[in-house]
Design a protein around this ligand. Structure first.
Ligand code: FE
Length: 208
């Protein structure tokens, strides 16, 4: 048998204190299932859909918008419907795409908790859920973005979008200069998860 002598890095979930919110979540799920609002299999399938979603779904939307102005217009009108065109189920909660321009840079936060377009992009990064990001990016977005390595010129205005349970956001960054020769798939590869949150910008590949 292989050795298994490393120490666990985190305590087992079962060993963490059972908080009021965990009890509420369990009780609510039990009640909704008992009332037949949804079944255990539906709950499992929904969680599976979220776990299988990845930022790659969002990067496909961005790349398509860059090469197809009509698609870009539809994406800005209705992200969930535009995603469905590409066979992506973005879930029932409306998602709004906020487009960067030469004058405006967009960044997304949930100041209250951790609302995020999980069906489209998968789970948010840990820092997105932390109080430091949630509170500071609203008050001093320029300084927070600089800490992510994104230093924006003073003349670019930063708009911070606060996600809610009813409306989620994704950033539509601008297509970088020097990418005219690239196809949609190569363009999608320039877009990272953080580009979709607004804490990074897509970069053209360095010329050799
Ligand atoms: Fe939230």
């Amino acid at each position: 048998m292989r050795g298994h002598d490393h120490r666990p890095k985190q305590p087992d979930l079962e060993d963490l204190p059972y908080t009021w919110h965990m009890a509420l979540t369990d009780a609510l799920a039990d009640l909704l299932m008992a009332k037949g609002i949804f079944g255990a299999d539906e709950l499992r399938a929904t969680l599976e859909t979220i776990d299988q979603a990845t930022p790659a779904q969002g990067t496909r939307l961005v790349a398509r918008a860059w090469v197809d102005p009509a698609f870009r217009a539809r994406l800005l009108e209705d992200v969930n419907a535009a995603a469905a065109e590409l066979g992506i189920d973005a879930g029932a909660i409306p998602i709004r795409a906020v487009a960067d321009t030469p004058e405006v840079h967009n960044v997304v936060v949930c100041t209250l908790c951790s609302c995020y377009p999980r069906f489209l992009l998968g789970p948010p990064p840990d820092w997105y859920k932390q109080r430091a990001y949630r509170s500071r990016v609203v008050r001093e977005p320029r300084a927070v973005l600089a800490e992510f390595g994104l230093v924006l010129p003073d003349e670019i205005r930063i708009e911070v979008h606060d996600s809610t349970a009813e409306l989620r956001y994704m950033v539509l960054p601008m297509r970088p200069e020097g990418t005219a020769h690239m196809d949609e798939e190569a363009l999608a590869a320039l877009v990272t998860r953080d580009c979709l949150i607004g804490t990074a910008l897509p970069r053209a590949p360095q010329r050799a």
